[in-house]
Design a protein around this ligand. Structure first.
Ligand SMILES: [Zn+2]
Length: 335
């Protein structure tokens, strides 16, 4: 359990309250055999110009998701303090040990940062990073944008994700934000304030947390990187941080929801997955989703995978090789 009474041991190499453009490391203490008083260097940038909204922009929460890491570096290079009002805090490689290794989870402690919030200031490196982000950064932020992709195992077309608010005026503002961001698909979900996700951490700290899922498959495409960079410009203008940036024309977003786990399709045997659908395809309950082949034995019939829900395909697994319990396809229902 978290001990929220203990202060974060993470030191930022510059003053987060200072105006101007600053880059340095958030130093996560790490004493190991080859480095007795060393630290894990998590890159952090602050661009601040007086008072105004504060947003934390994160990439590399999962280290094998690359689009956000590149887009956030491009953004930090492009912006100067006079371009903004308020403050942008940018972490392009939030779980640095995972990001530098190109892995979803940290090779040091196997930690999945996006399941670890609120973290623990006296825990493992991933727990210390989660605690630092929630207690030191989100506590001073009005907005969080956490940029994900399908990583090594999944592939998404651009989708923005935001928790549903019970308050109707709040919910209307959230839909306006999704429209302003202007990705083709938006997913509204029911948030759990106790969960370990970054969006749950943002909600606990009174910030509006949005998650993006763009691309994946362990690669970067110019098309999705361009869409992400346009989306970042629209986001920063809509939340009032970038006041002078040119408004990029947006596409109308379609709203989706995933009300139950039946929208996820899983493997039940080991083998080679052959999908029979593609992203954005509409599917019916009982429709063939794909086959899992078992080439080691010609008498072993391929496993027939079927959809348990009507909906639209939003993500498909990339590697053919699967084990029981692997997620093969995600679907969602249009609202
Ligand atoms: Zn992710």
């Amino acid at each position: 359990m978290t001990n929220n009474n203990i202060q974060s041991p993470v030191e930022v190499e510059f003053d987060l309250d200072a105006d101007g453009w600053h880059q340095g490391f958030a130093r996560v203490p790490h004493s190991v055999h080859r480095s007795a008083y060393g630290f894990i260097p998590v890159p952090i940038i602050s661009i601040k110009n007086g008072t105004g909204p504060v947003a934390l922009l994160m990439g590399g929460n999962h280290g094998d998701e690359y689009e956000g890491q590149v887009a956030l570096n491009n953004l930090a290079r492009r912006l100067t303090p006079k371009d903004i009002r308020g403050q942008l805090i940018i972490m392009p490689m939030a779980n640095y040990p995972a990001a530098v290794s190109g892995l979803r989870t940290s090779p040091i402690d196997q930690g999945n940062l996006n399941r670890t919030f609120p973290g623990n200031p006296s825990g493992t490196p991933t727990e210390v990073i989660a605690h630092f982000i929630e207690s030191e950064l989100l506590s001073r932020s009005d907005f969080l944008l956490d940029i994900h992709s399908g990583g090594s195992s999944l592939y998404y077309h651009p989708t923005a994700m935001l928790a549903k608010s019970q308050d109707s005026a709040q919910q209307q503002r959230r839909i306006e934000l999704l429209n302003a961001v202007g990705l083709p698909k938006s997913l509204i979900y029911h948030s759990d304030l106790r969960a370990g996700y970054s969006s749950s951490a943002a909600a606990r700290q009174g910030a509006i947390g949005m998650t993006l899922e763009i691309g994946g498959a362990g690669r970067i495409t110019p098309q999705f990187l361009g869409q992400l960079e346009d989306c970042l410009s629209r986001y920063l203008q809509h939340i009032g941080i970038c006041i002078d940036s040119e408004y990029v024309s947006k596409v109308a977003t379609k709203l989706f929801e995933m009300p139950s786990s039946a929208y996820y399709v899983y493997a039940r045997s080991s083998g080679l997955f052959e999908p029979k659908v593609s992203i954005d395809q509409e599917v019916d309950t009982g429709q063939l989703a794909g086959w899992i082949h078992h080439p080691e034995d010609v008498n072993w019939e391929p496993e027939k995978i079927q959809f348990r829900q009507q909906g639209v395909v939003i993500a498909v697994r990339v590697p053919a090789k699967v084990e029981p319990g692997d997620c093969l396809i995600e679907t969602a229902s249009e609202i």
